[in-house]
Write a protein that binds this ligand. Structure first.
Ligand SMILES: *[C@@H]1O[C@H](CO)[C@@H](O)[C@H](O)[C@H]1NC(C)=O
Ligand SMILES: *[C@@H]1O[C@H](CO)[C@@H](O)[C@H](O)[C@H]1NC(C)=O
Ligand SMILES: *[C@@H]1O[C@H](CO)[C@@H](O)[C@H](O)[C@H]1NC(C)=O
Length: 223
C-alpha cells in the first residue's frame, strides 16, 4: 500500500506540517540546532534548479515553500513534497496531483490540471543537476501535472530511482518523444508509470536490461 501515490503524498504532507509546527513552536534558534541534520546545500540547490528552470507555471502553489532565503525553513526536508531519510538525504519528490482523480474521466482530469498543476519541461540540464545534487533520490512522483517535452536520457543518471510516476501530463501536449533507453539501466527501478502521455516508438529490446522492474504502466501512449 505504501507505494500508492496518494497515500505517500498524505504521509508527506503530514510530515511537512508536523515539522513546520515544531519549528514554529521552538523558534529560530532551536531550528538551527535541528538544522544540524538538515539537507545539504547541494540538495537545496538541485531542488531550486528544478523549481527555477524546469517549472514554467505553478498556479497551485506547490513549490511556494521552496525558497532561496527560507529562514527557519531553510532545511529542504521541510519543503512540500520533499521526503528525506534519517540522515537528511533527499529520497523522494512526492508531488502527485492525482489524488481523488478518476483516470477514466478526462474532463475532470483537464479541469484539475488547469486549476492546480505544475507546468514545465524536464530539461536535460535540470535532470543533470538533479542527478548531481540528489544522489539518494529514489521516488519521483509528478503524476497529473502538465510536464511536456521529452524525458531526457539523463534520467538514467539518477541512479537511485526506484519509483517514477510521470503519468497523466494533460493534453496540450503531454510528454512526448521516445522513451530513453537509459531508463532500463537504472539498477533499482521497480515502478514506472507513464500512462496518458504521447510517448512514441516501440519498446526497445533494451527493456530486457532492466532486472528490477516489476510494474510498468504505459497505457494510452503511442508505443
Ligand atoms: C548522464 O546521462 C547522459 C545520457 O545518458 C550521459 O551521456 C552522461 O554521460 C551522463 N552524465 C553523467 C555525469 O553520468
Ligand atoms: C539499490 O538498492 C539497494 C538495496 O536497497 C541499495 O543497497 C543500493 O544502494 C541501491 N543502489 C542505488 C544505485 O541506489
Ligand atoms: C543492455 O545490455 C546489453 C548487453 O547485455 C548491452 O550491450 C547494452 O549496452 C545495454 N543497454 C543499455 C541501454 O544499458
Amino acid at each position: 500500500m505504501e507505494w500508492l501515490p496518494d497515500v505517500v503524498l498524505h504521509y508527506s504532507k503530514a510530515h511537512y506540517y508536523a515539522n513546520m509546527a515544531i519549528i514554529m513552536l521552538l523558534g529560530y534558534h532551536a531550528a538551527m540546532i535541528i538544522g544540524s541534520v538538515a539537507c545539504s546545500d547541494g540538495e537545496r540547490n538541485a531542488l531550486l534548479t528544478f523549481k527555477e528552470t524546469a517549472v514554467e507555471a505553478d498556479s497551485g502553489g506547490w513549490l511556494a515553500s521552496w525558497l532561496v532565503n527560507a529562514g527557519s525553513a531553510r532545511d529542504c526536508c521541510l519543503w512540500r513534497g520533499v521526503r528525506c531519510n534519517s540522515a537528511a538525504a533527499v529520497t523522494g519528490l512526492l508531488l502527485s496531483n492525482c489524488a481523488g482523480l478518476d483516470p477514466t474521466d478526462r474532463s475532470v482530469l483537464q479541469r484539475l490540471h488547469e486549476d492546480n498543476a505544475l507546468q514545465g519541461v524536464l530539461k536535460p540540464n535540470v535532470v543533470t543537476a538533479m542527478a548531481a545534487g540528489l544522489p539518494a533520490l529514489s521516488r519521483l512522483d509528478l503524476g497529473c501535472h502538465l510536464f511536456h517535452g521529452s524525458i531526457p536520457p539523463q534520467i538514467g543518471n539518477l541512479t537511485s530511482l526506484a519509483y517514477i510516476d510521470l503519468s497523466f501530463q494533460g493534453q496540450s501536449p503531454p510528454l512526448s518523444g521516445p522513451l530513453p533507453a537509459s531508463l532500463w539501466s537504472l539498477p533499482n527501478l521497480s515502478y514506472l508509470d507513464l500512462r496518458y502521455n504521447s510517448l512514441q516508438e516501440s519498446l526497445p529490446d533494451t527493456i530486457s536490461n532492466s532486472t528490477s522492474l516489476s510494474t510498468l504502466l504505459l497505457a494510452t501512449n503511442n508505443l
